[in-house]
Design a protein around this ligand. Structure first.
Ligand SMILES: Nc1ncnc2c1ncn2[C@@H]1O[C@H](COP(=O)(O)OP(=O)(O)O)[C@@H](O)[C@H]1O
Ligand SMILES: [Mg+2]
Length: 182
């Protein structure tokens, strides 16, 4: 049976665990499952390598949407990994899922500011997010009532990935004898 493709948003401030969770999820997707992990961080690196303006940030989200659309229309599921601070950006992606006949799931990853600052302090080079920027994103996240909120201070990326796999309906069914049927 062909499984319906999904569009999963992994939202949250810097160092909340989006990329680690995306990678953990990719590792447990069913064999041969076609999925693309698309990150604004990677797009940003391709476009420029300095602090970005609001207009450039818009462009990066537009590129994320366009890349996601291409992947979805080619039969790939998409893990869109971005802060998605603005509710409106998440809504644009919900619409894209609808237009491409994909199931949609938005997950907000969250941890305390203290934990995010500590994790960020272990980063170097372009991966390090300036402290003021990290705090600003942390404090300005626009909540909604349709996202799954997951605290990454309590759960490892592997545990979050298993939970997301279940939410996406992709967990392998277990036969009556208890063996996984694939
Ligand atoms: N659920 C988690 N529990 C503990 N540490 C985590 C978790 N998720 C990520 N980390 C650690 O936090 C740091 C930032 O994670 P990352 O996935 O790059 O965050 P983001 O993509 O949201 O910026 C990494 O060092 C990673 O190992
Ligand atoms: Mg990341």
């Amino acid at each position: 049976m062909r499984r319906r493709q999904f569009l999963l948003l992994l939202c949250g401030g810097p160092a909340t665990g989006k990329t680690s969770t995306a990678r953990a999820l990719l590792r447990i997707l069913p064999p041969d499952y076609k999925a693309a992990h698309i990150q604004t961080d990677a797009i940003r690196m391709m476009v420029y390598n300095r602090r970005h303006s609001r207009r450039e940030s818009r462009m990066v989200y537009e590129m994320l949407r366009n890349c996601s659309k291409i992947a979805l229309t080619n039969g790939y599921s998409v893990i869109a990994d971005a802060t998605f601070t603005k509710r409106k950006d998440r809504q644009v992606f919900a619409k894209l899922a609808h237009e491409t006949g994909s199931s949609f799931l938005s997950a907000r990853l969250h941890c305390s500011l203290r934990v995010a600052i500590l994790r960020n302090s272990h980063r170097s080079g372009s991966k390090f997010v300036p402290r003021e920027r990290l705090i600003s994103i942390h404090n300005n996240y626009e909540d909604d009532d349709y996202s799954l909120v997951l605290d990454t201070s309590d759960m490892k990326p592997e545990a979050i990935a298993s939970l997301l796999l279940r939410e996406l309906g992709l967990e392998a069914p277990v036969s009556p004898r208890g063996t996984v049927t694939g």
